[in-house]
Design a protein around this ligand. Structure first.
Ligand code: PLP
Length: 389
């Protein structure tokens, strides 16, 4: 199958068919919903059972046999995300479980892996400490992507927009070059979500994501997924999940599916709020280094606008120092101090406290679904009295 072609994930009689002409809102509401059967519930609940009825004579043919190997609630979420990502989806109990399972399945001792030097820190840490025998090369998301980066690589992991710096790289261009050098390309799509960006259509081989963030969106569930074009790779990921036992809880999976139904609405409000907050921040005397890929003067905007379908609610900016961040967070009534992002509530995280290679006063701001005017007024008031020396 060539890059950019959609994998048909519909046609499963268990689920309602989606029309690919439908918009994001319609698709989010209907993706992963069960086909209409009179008398059956409109909304299916989570299936918690660990055991399934088997054919008494052992003839086989059961869809599910045991809870570690398969679960109808997983399939509903996989159907939904697969429709939106445009590939075959396998869900995992966290973003890290998704990423580490992919790396374990694809890499062997002696292989070379390329990771973003400015991406999610736990991936680099895990590769350094747990992935023995694999050589890791780090490259910054913003480049330069010189030819030697791809030399001998088996897998190139991109993260765009990157967390926390919000740099962007050109997926189509890098996938073409990596594939030409014999490497597969996986894109961490956590920040963008399937509505913000469809890496498989841009030529990537694999999408990985933490659905703990905007996809679930309510800050009450950890989950992750891998979506691929290749059916054999999807089977290998399912097999690794079954054998390792790193499986998602059915109730958590159901919460994620419930959250996904409003993804379009939430992202629309978050992006509207992010734009208003960016406007308020960009010439504020307390703020430097504002980053939001949707902002026309952002260094990443041109590439972002080419490959992203919409921009989310995550911004980055710098205050003078850690104390200015503390004062800002103490004075704000709507911006909570919390790590993670993508939820209904606006939160901010001073990433240097976790060891990210960013300035002491750098804040990642995750804009929530509050009213725009309230949020902008609160942030302006909280910044009063802060300025660069
Ligand atoms: C949060 C995050 C992860 C890890 O996901 P968990 O669900 O916390 O395991 C991976 N990549 C990115 C970009 C993230 O933001």
């Amino acid at each position: 199958m060539s890059a950019g072609e959609r994998v048909p994930v519909g046609g499963n009689p268990e689920f309602a068919d989606l029309d690919h002409a439908w918009g994001d809102g319609t698709r989010c509401v209907h993706a992963g919903q069960h086909a209409a059967v009179p008398g059956e519930p409109l909304v299916a609940g989570p299936v918690l059972s660990t055991q399934y009825h088997l054919s008494p004579g052992g003839e086989g043919g059961e869809t599910d046999v045991y809870g570690r190997a398969g679960n109808p609630t997983w399939r509903a979420l996989e159907q939904a995300i697969g429709e939106l990502d445009g590939g075959r989806c396998v869900v995992f109990p966290s973003g890290m479980a998704a990423i580490t399972t992919l790396l374990r399945v694809l890499l062997r001792p002696g292989d070379r892996l390329v990771l973003p030097s400015d991406g999610y820190f736990a991936v680099r840490e895990w590769a350094r400490t747990e992935l023995s025998g694999v050589s890791v090369r780090e490259a910054p998301t913003a480049g330069p992507w010189t030819e030697d980066v791809f030399d001998g690589a088996v897998l190139v992991l991109l993260e765009t927009p990157s967390n926390p710096g919000l740099d962007v790289c050109d997926i189509r261009e890098l996938a073409r070059r990596a594939n030409a050098a014999g490497a597969m390309v996986a894109v961490d799509n956590t920040t963008a979500t399937p509505l913000g960006q469809r890496p498989l259509e841009l030529g990537a081989d694999v999408v990985i994501a933490s659905d703990t963030k905007a996809l679930s969106g309510h800050s009450d569930v950890l989950l992750g997924h891998v979506t691929v074009r290749d059916a054999d790779l999807a089977d290998a990921l399912r097999r690794a999940r079954t054998l390792s036992g790193a499986i998602p809880g059915p109730f958590e999976t159901w919460l994620a599916l419930r959250g996904l139904g409003t993804l379009d609405l939430r992202l629309a409000r978050q992006a509207e709020n992010a734009r208003a907050v960016a406007e308020a921040l960009h010439d504020h005397p307390a703020v430097r280094g504002l980053r939001w890929p949707g902002w026309e003067s952002d260094p990443a905007h041109a590439v972002a606008a080419r490959q992203m379908r919409r921009f989310g609610g995550v911004l980055g900016f710098e205050l003078p120092d850690a104390d200015a961040v503390r004062r800002f967070l103490e004075r704000s009534r709507l911006v909570g101090a919390a790590t993670s992002f993508g939820g209904l509530h606006t939160t901010a995280d001073r990433r240097a406290r976790w060891g990210d290679p960013v300035p002491e006063g750098f804040l990642r701001l995750s804009v929530g679904c509050e009213d725009t005017a309230d949020l902008v007024a609160d942030i302006r008031a909280a910044l009063d009295g802060i300025s660069w020396p």
